[in-house]
Ligand binder design. Structure first.
Ligand SMILES: NC(=O)c1ccc[n+]([C@@H]2O[C@H](COP(=O)([O-])OP(=O)(O)OC[C@H]3O[C@@H](n4cnc5c(N)ncnc54)[C@H](OP(=O)(O)O)[C@@H]3O)[C@@H](O)[C@H]2O)c1
Length: 308
């Protein structure tokens, strides 16, 4: 009998990557996969508004999955400061409800969280057990979501990731390339440090991690997951432009100035130190995570081949 996997948020960055690696999910987990998006699609993705918990219950009951992967979230960090009610529904109530539904059928829940649960102080990479202290409303709701999952079922995997990009959806890489084609000068923040992580890497490593975790409940819990290494947004922008030119792409930009966070006021505060310690993940997977530079290369190539 095949394991039924239900993916929520299937048209987001991470959700789309799960669709791309469906063959790997099916073979590693002996699974068949069902996808849900907010509005549904003609290609078979099931419509479900994640803020409508009754609709969520009936979808989950109708499929009766053994694994739920929640890639849906409220991810507009600045907008969340003023759109608090919807943000809480998506980032706290929805995962909490999924965990409650999973508990009642003994299903396993995969949920995504963020380094924004930390305050970004110091320069040491954050470990899973460090004390969270979010500096913005989005981070607070993601922390509340983690707690809601933990309270409702022990059979969970909470993956804290960061700086997510892909060749699809809205993200820093695509924004930078768009701007660099139009402008000769750009200013990019140089004092926030993290590891840019592709959604393809997240979907792949999540799937690999599920194999040992489903075998051994003691391995369940919170995991950091990002590419390895570290860079500022400014350094990342420079690497994007260098990689694009190496592929033969043309850009108008010739000066990329590094600015401080204070010079770019945003509605939501951002943490300075987004470094995540990867040793827990790497020890369970028994391999080192690829560097952010290695992860960037194929995404740029895909964008270039798509004629971005
Ligand atoms: N992006 C990052 O840099 C980052 C960093 C750290 C952690 N994370 C976490 O990683 C996870 C995946 O992030 P991502 O970048 O893949 O996010 P994303 O691309 O913004 O995707 C989120 C998805 O949630 C869906 N969604 C929003 N409201 C919904 C609703 N009411 N009903 C059903 N679906 C709804 C969106 O669909 P519609 O647009 O159609 O509503 C979208 O497809 C999230 O948990 C996020 O918090 C992301």
């Amino acid at each position: 009998l095949k394991t039924k996997v239900l993916v929520f948020g299937a048209d987001g960055q991470v959700g789309t990557s799960f669709k791309r690696i469906e063959a790997k999910v099916c073979s590693l987990l002996n699974a068949e996969v069902f996808y849900s998006t907010h509005l549904g699609t003609s290609s078979g993705e099931i419509a479900c508004d994640a803020t409508d918990l009754k609709a969520v219950t009936s979808l989950v009951r109708s499929i009766n999955p053994q694994i739920i992967i929640n890639c849906a979230a409220y991810t507009a960090v600045d907008k969340s400061e003023t759109d608090q009610e919807v943000c809480l529904k998506l980032n706290r109530d929805f995962p909490g409800h999924l965990a409650y539904l999973c508990k009642s059928t003994d299903a396993f829940l995969v949920h995504y969280s963020t380094d924004y649960v930390f305050d970004g102080s110091g320069s040491t990479p954050w470990r899973e057990g460090d004390a969270p202290q979010p500096v913005n409303f989005y981070g607070l709701t993601k922390l509340e979501g983690e707690k809601a999952v933990q309270q409702n079922t022990p059979r969970h995997l909470i993956i804290r990731t960061q700086w997510v990009y892909s060749d699809h959806g809205h993200n820093f890489v695509k924004t930078m390339l768009r701007l660099a084609k139009e402008r000769s000068e750009l200013k990019v923040v140089g004092d926030q440090i993290g590891a840019p992580t592709s959604s393809d890497l997240i979907a792949n490593l999540t799937t690999e991690l599920l194999v040992p975790i489903l075998r051994d409940q003691n391995l369940a819990g919170i995991y950091n997951l990002s590419a390895s290494g570290e860079v500022s947004w400014h350094g990342f922008a420079e690497a994007i432009f260098k990689g694009w030119r190496k592929l033969g792409g043309t850009l108008a930009v010739n000066t990329v100035q590094s600015i401080t966070t204070d010079q770019l006021p945003t509605p939501a505060k951002r943490p300075f130190n987004s470094r995540l310690n990867l040793s827990k993940l790497e020890s369970v997977l028994q391999k080192k995570n690829p560097s952010w530079q290695q992860v960037l290369e194929p995404v740029l190539k895909k964008l270039f081949d798509q004629g971005f």
